[in-house]
Write a protein that binds this ligand. Structure first.
Ligand SMILES: Nc1ncnc2c1ncn2[C@@H]1O[C@H](COP(=O)(O)OP(=O)(O)OP(=O)(O)O)[C@@H](O)[C@H]1O
Ligand SMILES: [Mg+2]
Length: 328
């Protein structure tokens, strides 16, 4: 095992009956970086984090956190990690201070030390002034910060953050990003899952794209974007026009393909140079939308998996979870 890995994952697998939720996943998270698992609903992000944090027993493979096996050394692993689960865990009826203090006591800290760590964690997450309020009066962003504070009391060397900014507004999300950056500056290694490509792009030193339980690709954000050469032009047309437009464009030498029944993707080197010609070919067609996209992580994802990050499911579990989180 390379000894620069804070987390070394080797062939980690989890089956639920016939479903392979995590399929022989392997990666190394070097010490002190932010590593992001980016993937759509059901990709296997939470299952991976739950195995790494010893909440869930793997079906196969193993992983080492600072050399401790998540299968054989669960006690040691738990001492050096912090977990912020996807679903809310703070107790609404208690104050912020009480939630963090209880966590410190659960780690077996004596009262004085527990108080000290509670204050440190609350100050770090900028919640000290709100410590006496009940959690039920907290905003979504404050709750999330509180949950991170709760996981800081044992000074974890590795933090697992499962969708830490899910459902937060832009302002709270940015605030949290700043705090996560400060955690990293303190030397904490962070594994963060997210749906938000801009979050992975902003925070992560390395990104692994996960889909259907498998790591599709792993690289730096720039390395991933460099895989997309040129721009993408998305066209949405009237019903039954798409097929003939693809044909017309292909005949003129464009790299055009059908995306679904009414939309087309055209891959070009530099969109600004070909837009006039493209528009002239589309004269007389019912063009409903044209969108030029520069290389970004979403495009990388589409290129590698054939679909968007949010997926195209009929039941939007993303929205459902955001809603549930707000209702609590
Ligand atoms: N306890 C379980 N029993 C059966 N299937 C499960 C269980 N937990 C997860 N799964 C399934 O495993 C797959 C991976 O789920 P997981 O929660 O890890 O995905 P995820 O990437 O975290 O998704 P999301 O973005 O929605 O949080 C999904 O198909 C899910 O339905
Ligand atoms: Mg999840």
């Amino acid at each position: 095992m390379p000894d620069n890995c804070a987390v070394e994952v080797m062939g980690l697998t989890k089956r639920f009956g016939d479903l392979v939720a995590v399929d022989k996943v392997s990666f190394c998270i070097p010490k002190g970086i932010v590593f992001s698992l980016l993937g759509p609903n059901g990709a296997g992000k939470t299952t991976t984090i739950n195995m790494l944090s010893t909440l869930l027993k793997p079906t196969g493979g193993d992983a080492y956190i600072h050399g401790y096996s998540i299968i054989r050394d669960r006690g040691e692993v738990r001492q050096i990690i912090g977990l912020v689960p996807q679903d809310l865990t703070a107790d609404d009826e208690l104050t912020g201070w009480e939630n963090v203090y209880i966590q410190a006591k659960l780690y077996g800290l004596p009262s004085g030390k527990a108080e000290e760590k509670t204050e440190e964690a609350l100050r770090f997450m900028e919640l000290w002034d709100h410590r006496k309020r009940r959690v039920s009066t907290y905003s979504g962003g404050m709750r999330r910060r509180l949950e991170i504070a709760m996981s800081l009391v044992n000074e974890p060397r590795v933090m697992f953050l499962d969708e830490p900014t899910l459902g937060l507004d832009v302002h709270s999300r940015r605030h949290l990003w700043g705090l996560i950056e400060r955690l990293k500056e303190q030397g904490t290694t962070i594994l963060l899952t997210t749906h938000y490509m801009e979050e992975a792009e902003y925070l992560a030193d390395r990104i692994a794209i996960i889909d259907h339980g498998k790591i599709v690709v792993e690289d730096t954000p720039d390395g991933l974007k460099a895989r997309i050469k040129g721009d993408r032009i998305y066209l949405r047309l009237g019903e039954e026009e798409a097929v003939s437009v693809v044909k017309a464009l292909t005949e003129k030498g464009f790299n055009a393909s059908l995306r679904n029944s009414d939309s087309i993707i055209v891959k070009v080197e530099r969109s600004e140079e070909i837009l006039p010609e493209l528009i002239s070919i589309l004269q007389g067609r019912k063009l409903l939308e044209i969108r030029v996209v520069k290389p970004n992580l979403e495009e990388v994802f589409i290129e590698l998996t054939g679909r968007g990050l949010r997926g195209e499911e009929s039941f939007d579990s993303f929205k459902y979870r955001v809603m549930r989180r707000r209702m609590r």
